[in-house]
Design a protein around this ligand. Sequence first.
Ligand code: NAD
Ligand code: WQD
Length: 336
Amino acid sequence: MKIFVTGGLGYIGSHTSVALLNSGHDVVILDNLSNSDKSTIEKIKQITNKSFSFYEGDIGDRKLVGKILHTFNPDHVIHFASLKSVADSISMKKKYYDNNVLGSKNLFNEMEKNNVNSIIFSSSATVYGNTTQVPINELSPLAPINPYGENKVSIEKLLIEKHNKKNWNICILRYFNPAGTHSSNLLGEKITKNSANLMPNICKSLLSKNLKLLVYGNDYDTPDGTGIRDYIHINDLVVGHLQAIKYVASNNSKINILNLGTGVGYSVLEMINTFESISNKKLNYSIVDKRVGDVAISIADPALANEALNWNAKFSLEDMCRDTWNKFLYEHELRK
Ligand code: NAD
Ligand code: WQD
């Protein structure tokens, strides 16, 4: 099938594009390179030995998006393109709204004009905010506590409207905490010097002795006091998307909203212990105050996704940590 992938050079988009190409799908990628590099194009081709079309541009560019949809006439769209930093969304609220919500609105309008009515959308567990219900199922109230989470709720609402009024086939996937990388070490999350996420920060501290990991709070109501998250391997996330393609292709104008998680949570200290045993290094960390906006526990109830997509997460925390660490070492060697 023909799949139009927005944000396809990013962390999850590039891994998914590899899987789509390896599964025999035709792929077109649109990406504005705001959080990715053009070099990823060659990496995807190197891994898959397949070709695909790439357009550098913005989902907000009506003419470009319309041209791609008209000429490629995709069977389905997978919509990854988004700014995704919670902290940045607080300091740049309008930029995030314009990029994420108005950009998505433009994409959906151009899809409608070109009779493309099937889409998989990257949403986030951030839509649930500080829910106390754990594990979290899809009926949990949507109560985002930052503009990024609000963006995702707004875009979900736009899609629900498209389904109700235009009978679109829609799969909204709410990812929990994606982690890990492709076995080639060629793909991965773009890590900036001030990356917020736990796993890259652990790797940075393991590599440089004088860079302490800050553990944001050890007085949460959890067994060891540190925050618990549902980390899901990118390989599992990718298979979930392949199954979602089958789901939207086989369903007559249905909509489904699904949590993509493992249903198992790990604390910050458990992550640190896992990385220490995998790297055979001691991590230098200190406990500091809680980070504003963090929830104590975020674990998915993936039962709906398991059922609807005939899908289960299979990779372990060790797999995620080992892949992340190996990729970090690989890039560190390249920079030498
Ligand atoms: P990423 O930043 O690696 O990839 C996003 C890609 O979209 C980047 O290549 C970026 O250049 C591109 N992009 C951003 N705005 C664009 C625009 N206006 N037009 C065209 N391209 C644009 O992020 P990711 O981790 O791969 O996330 C992919 C999707 O999954 C995002 O929608 C994100 O919100 C969602 N998500 C990610 C996580 C996570 O922890 N990584 C968790 C939940 C949900
Ligand atoms: C995990 C745990 C921190 C860094 C974020 C976004 C979410 C989604 C996934 C896009 C928490 C603790 C972290 C550090 C720490 N992205 N931590 N020291 O916050 O669950 O989710 O990424 O959709 O929207 O919010 O992930 O990796 O930042 O934090 O102690 O240096 O690690 O407090 O308990 P989070 P994270």
